[in-house]
Design a protein around this ligand. Structure first.
Ligand SMILES: Cc1ncc(COP(=O)(O)O)c(C=O)c1O
Length: 408
């Protein structure tokens, strides 16, 4: 047991951060003054800016990153998919990705990760394909780009849709190209612990006209009308298509599919617009922290696996994940407890969803089926790696590791 009283806690180094600048505050006040707080001008601006940042045509803002995944997956039902069809995803990831597949009416099919990269292993993804598979969900875990070249090949070989979950990887690149631009669609989260944040929020981005139309309908209960007025009634005008189906059928209450109620509001989007303006700076600052931790924790590499980019990868760190090596003379909890007592927040590295999360016991998977995900799930954890960690904070974090390691 670590003795709590003996540990000096001088600072608090959080895993996430929020910093609303003057631009964000001004826009929030503007939305309030306008009296328009459900989706409007800022939602539209945020969608356009975030999609444009990726060089794509469409952004569809939703309430959460989980909904972004669910909306993207639900489009499969209109592309030949049926309820109960399968989506392949990494066994180690935040649980919401699997939940979202179920919310959409499909079933998650887990495949093991690569123990070095923490991302979906293409061979395992291919081996998990069944006659009911419709899509591969490439999650960029912890901000590290998944192997998009190989995953795109697997998807193409089997006629599957490739969807990216870049909730943890805003601004990461693979072979020089931004993640989020490889698949048919990419889902993002702007939850408070994420790289760009609006408090709560999510977005699907795509270049595909038809998928964008479906996502807009799906986020709004499955509504039929896709005209500008019905999608985002920015200027309170009248729907030109309102009686397109006949004098007694109001298109605004005509629903073509089972959708979600998942819209973003103006106050969130007001923050989002500012976040996109600052995106390059935020990602750059996070990468500097990542480099710092990699340089200064290298002396503990015998016992801890660090977070180094592989060939062609440019990480945009959500956090700084570490895995306690099997040879280490201490357990994960001993180190994380010590760090917490020093004021360095930690979180477990998600766990292997099918075998380590009770919520997925019903699927009947057995311990040992996903060795890499189980290893990282049992021995991995993460600390903060964000733009508001100062140089002194970063040095303090490293000193805490040094202190803990002294006895080994
Ligand atoms: C990979 C991944 N996808 C999706 C989500 C869901 O995002 P949200 O919390 O906004 O629903 C998260 C986490 O928060 C995540 O880490």
């Amino acid at each position: 047991m670590v003795e709590e009283k003996k540990v000096a806690r001088e600072r608090r180094i959080t895993v996430g951060t929020v910093a609303v600048g003057e631009g964000g505050k001004k826009r929030v006040m503007e939305a309030l003054a306008r009296g328009r707080i459900s989706g409007g001008k800022f939602v539209q601006e945020f969608e356009e800016a975030f999609a444009a940042y990726h060089g794509l045509k469409y952004g569809i803002a939703v309430s959460t990153g989980t909904d972004a995944d669910a909306v993207a997956v639900a489009t499969l039902l209109e592309r030949g998919g049926r309820r109960g069809d399968e989506v392949i995803l990494p066994a180690l990831t935040f649980i919401s990705v699997a939940n979202a597949v179920l919310h959409a009416g499909l079933v998650p099919r887990f495949a093991d990760i690569n123990a070095d990269s923490y991302n979906l292993e293409p061979a395992a993804a291919e081996a998990a394909i069944s006659p009911r598979t419709r899509a591969v969900m490439a999650v960029h875990n912890f901000g590290r780009p998944a192997p998009m070249g190989e995953l795109a090949e697997v998807a193409a070989r089997h006629g599957l849709m490739l969807i990216e979950d870049a909730a943890e990887a805003h601004g990461a690149r693979y072979r020089g190209k931004l993640v989020g631009t490889f698949g048919a669609m990419a889902a993002y989260s702007f939850y408070v612990a994420h790289i760009l944040t609006t408090g709560e929020g999510g977005m699907v981005i795509t270049d595909d006209d038809e998928l964008a139309r479906l996502c807009r309908s799906l986020r709004a209960h499955g509504r039929a009308c896709d005209c500008k007025v019905c999608v985002l009634n920015v200027d309170s005008s009248y729907c030109p298509l309102r009686y397109k189906y006949g004098d007694d059928t109001d298109i605004r209450f005509h629903f073509e599919r089972v959708g979600f109620s998942s819209k973003m509001n103006e106050l969130e989007a007001a923050l989002g617009v500012e976040q996109v303006e600052k995106m390059d700076d935020i990602v750059r600052a996070r990468r500097e922290r990542l480099d710092y931790f990699n340089r200064h924790l290298a002396r503990h590499e015998e016992f801890l696996k660090l977070f180094r980019a592989g060939p062609g990868e440019e990480i945009s760190p959500l956090c700084y994940p570490l895995v306690v090596q099997r040879e280490a003379p201490f357990e994960r909890f001993e180190l994380t407890k010590y760090l917490e007592q020093r004021g360095v927040e930690t979180r477990p590295a998600f766990g292997c969803v099918p075998t380590q999360q009770p919520a997925y016991k019903w699927m009947g998977h057995r311990e040992g089926e996903f060795p890499a995900a189980e290893h990282v799930g049992a021995r991995g954890f993460y600390i903060g790696c964000h733009q508001n960690i100062t140089d002194e904070d970063a040095a303090y974090v490293v000193a805490a590791f040094d202190e803990f390691m002294k006895k080994y």
